[in-house]
Design a protein around this ligand. Structure first.
Ligand code: ADP
Ligand code: MG
Length: 639
């Protein structure tokens, strides 16, 4: 007798459930997607014990007819697809017909539903995939699905669940993000009888962002508005439109918000929450040269396009998509974000000695506050003794860079915030009020244009007085930014200044460098390096960009080859150009520990103000810090 057997349905269902239902949050996701597909406008999610004990979702959607209520638990039973052709243009979130049977096979599930057009509702009770009860009952139209004891019959999967807080945070993250995708709808999320999220219909995405994250986060965000790109499509006989439009809306944070993981990047494609490497790459390219490479911003992006332009049937949990015209989408995202960042020119602040505001540096919104509080709750006995893994908690907070990021501090200002806000001092009038108009708060680097230089600290940092406070500019990174833009602009216009080297530099290359060299030789040439092969794996450099000192030419070339090999092999020509310009700029820029004469300082500040992106150097470090007048007043207890 052979060894191969066909698995019973019950086992097969559990295997599939393993893919679709990985944790409580997956159940929440599937139920929410069903409710959204059912056209609901009100969603009430209740969770107990991180979703292990109970997950309940009630909606006011179209409900199910009596016969459908049972059919819904058959595998591959769906109302959303009729035939294979429909798979090419899926407009609903669900389509596989797998979620309900999968969830029902690993839990005790109760479905209560009533279709609008029917008088009575239907109750279906299932445990471990077995139907226990199916009867009529009276309900309001809509659907409530209650999932109890998740994985009670799959101990192996139960073992992989994390702590109650972590599981709740994942589930909360899902509800929150679907609520962002549907600002006009009502969402309530309750955990162990505490409301974690309770949002009424909002007029706009911005208002919903405010409801969820609060005003402080909103201040750190840049509204991308709505941009689009059209893809021309050939006319077909039955007058198809002449183009397909790709739209992008959303919010991103400025380069000052730097996060160490991608947990704050939320991507939606046609209303579906997804993970997508292509879009992540587009985002990091947008921040390339504005933020250090390992950092991520906060981003909430909605891409909308024709359903035929995107294949959603890529993965069982439907979190991955494939675009038919991926570079179009990539470039739309990258260029829109980059343009918005450059237009905004946000400024890095010097650490403020202001009395602490409630919750400053801690949660920004009530929502994250409740998550935070929850994390402090003792685990419910018998349920969770594991450690919370903070790295796995989805983040809702925007963190300013840690105070150590600005490499300079005013020693007089207390670095750690006092525990009790100092009482406001009664300042005698002789101290004089500040002249009117002395503290306009400009939160953008536009204020750089009329700085008055005061001097240099450590021959490295320029100190200057501005309309809105005291500024400190890192002379090396400032010059780096100026040169970077100059090199890029000259390259773009094809008018690079070069210098002949008196003696050609001879460079011996490793085999890997040789390959990179062959790949980018033309680009090197366009940027001003005149090179030619000189024997086996050796090149001669006869001319170099004018900015570079002859002694630096070799170093810069090797660096460019290294960057090109390490990071840029897969990325675009545009990124390669930026990488090359950044290397040249870094080598050629004024070093720190260099005394500068006043006219040179003047020139540097003016040239910096004229750059398109004076907030950070090509490697993503901040260039200018401001100690705002308001912070100065606060530090002297004048306000
Ligand atoms: P899919 O969503 O892929 O179709 P599911 O197993 O999630 O598969 O759901 C099966 C079917 O049950 C759906 O196609 C839909 O007709 C019905 N259904 C599920 N949830 C709801 C709901 N909340 N309201 C109305 N109908 C629902
Ligand atoms: Mg579904």
């Amino acid at each position: 007798m052979g060894r191969i057997r066909i698995l019973s349905d019950a086992v097969a269902n559990k295997i599939a459930a393993g893919e679709v239902v990985e944790r409580p949050a997956s159940v929440v996701k599937e139920l929410l997607e069903n409710s959204l597909d059912a056209g609901a406008t009100e969603f009430r999610v209740e969770i107990e014990a991180g979703g292990r004990r109970l997950i309940r979702l009630s909606d006011n959607g179209c409900g199910m007819m009596r016969d459908d209520a049972l059919l819904a638990f058959e595998r591959h039973a769906t109302s959303k697809l009729a035939d294979v052709k429909d798979l090419l243009s899926i407009a609903t979130l669900g389509f596989r017909g797998e979620a309900l049977p999968s969830i029902a096979s690993v839990s005790r599930l109760l479905l209560e539903t009533r279709a609008r057009e029917e008088q009575a509702g239907t109750v279906v009770e299932i445990a471990g995939g077995k139907i226990l009860r199916c009867e009529e009952n009276a309900f309001a139209p809509g659907t409530t699905v209650t999932v109890r004891d998740l994985f009670y019959n799959v101990p192996a999967r139960k073992k992989f669940l994390r702590s109650e807080q972590t599981e709740t945070a994942h589930a909360a993250s899902l509800v929150t993000h679907y609520s962002l995708a549907h600002p006009a709808k009502t969402f309530l999320l309750r955990h162990n009888n505490t409301d974690l999220l309770d949002v009424a219909p909002a007029a706009s995405l911005k208002e919903r962002v405010f409801q969820i994250f609060g005003s402080q986060v909103l201040e750190d965000l840049i509204d991308l508005g709505e941009s689009w790109r059209d893809l021309p499509v050939p006319f077909e006989l039955d007058e198809a439109p002449a183009f397909r439009r790709f739209r992008l809306r959303g919010f991103v944070s400025g380069p000052q918000v730097q996060k160490l993981n991608r947990n704050s990047v939320y991507l939606f494609v046609n209303g579906r929450l997804i993970r997508d490497r292509l879009l992540l790459h587009a985002i990091s390219s947008a921040y390339y040269n504005l933020m250090p490479p390992a950092c991520w911003p906060f981003a909430l992006l909605f891409v909308d396009c024709d359903a035929e332009e995107v294949d959603v049937n890529v993965h069982p949990s439907k979190t991955e998509v494939r675009f038919r015209h991926s570079s179009m989408v990539h470039d739309l995202v990258r260029d829109t974000i980059r343009a918005a960042l450059i237009a905004e020119k946000p400024v890095s602040r010097i650490f403020s000695a202001a009395p602490p505001q409630p919750g400053a540096g801690l949660p920004y919104s009530e929502f994250s506050q409740s998550l935070e509080n929850m994390a402090e709750l003792a685990p419910v006995s018998g349920l969770s003794h594991e450690q919370t893994d903070p790295a796995l908690l989805p983040e809702f907070r925007l963190h300013r860079p840690p105070p150590s990021t600005p490499r300079f501090q005013f020693t007089d200002a207390p670095r750690t915030e006092p525990e009790i806000a100092p009482a406001k001092l009664d300042i005698p009038d002789t101290h004089g009020p500040l002249s009117p108009g002395a503290s306009p708060e400009l939160d953008s680097l536009d204020a750089l244009s009329d700085l008055r230089p005061l001097g240099q600290i450590h021959d490295s940092f320029i100190v200057a007085a501005g309309r809105d406070g005291l500024w400190i500019v890192d002379q090396h990174v400032a010059h780096e930014r100026i040169l970077f833009e100059k090199v890029l602009a000259a390259r773009g216009a094809g008018c690079i200044e070069t210098q002949r080297l008196l003696i050609p530099a001879i460079l011996a290359l490793t085999p890997a460098q040789q390959i990179e060299y062959a790949r980018i030789a033309d680009e090197l040439d366009s940027v001003g390096f005149e090179t030619e092969p000189f024997g086996n794996r050796t090149i001669a450099v006869k001319a170099a960009p004018a900015e570079l000192a002859a002694s630096d030419v070799e170093k810069v070339l090797l660096e460019i080859l290294e960057i090109s090999e390490r990071e840029l092999r897969k990325t675009s020509l545009d990124d390669l150009r930026r990488g090359i310009a950044a290397s040249i700029a870094c080598r050629a820029a004024i070093k720190i520990n260099t005394r500068l004469e006043p006219p040179k300082i003047d020139w540097l500040l003016r040239a910096l103000a004229a750059t398109s992106c004076p907030m950070s150097c090509p490697h993503g470090r901040p260039i200018a810090l401001r100690y705002s007048t308001r912070d100065i007043l606060r530090s002297f207890h004048r306000i």
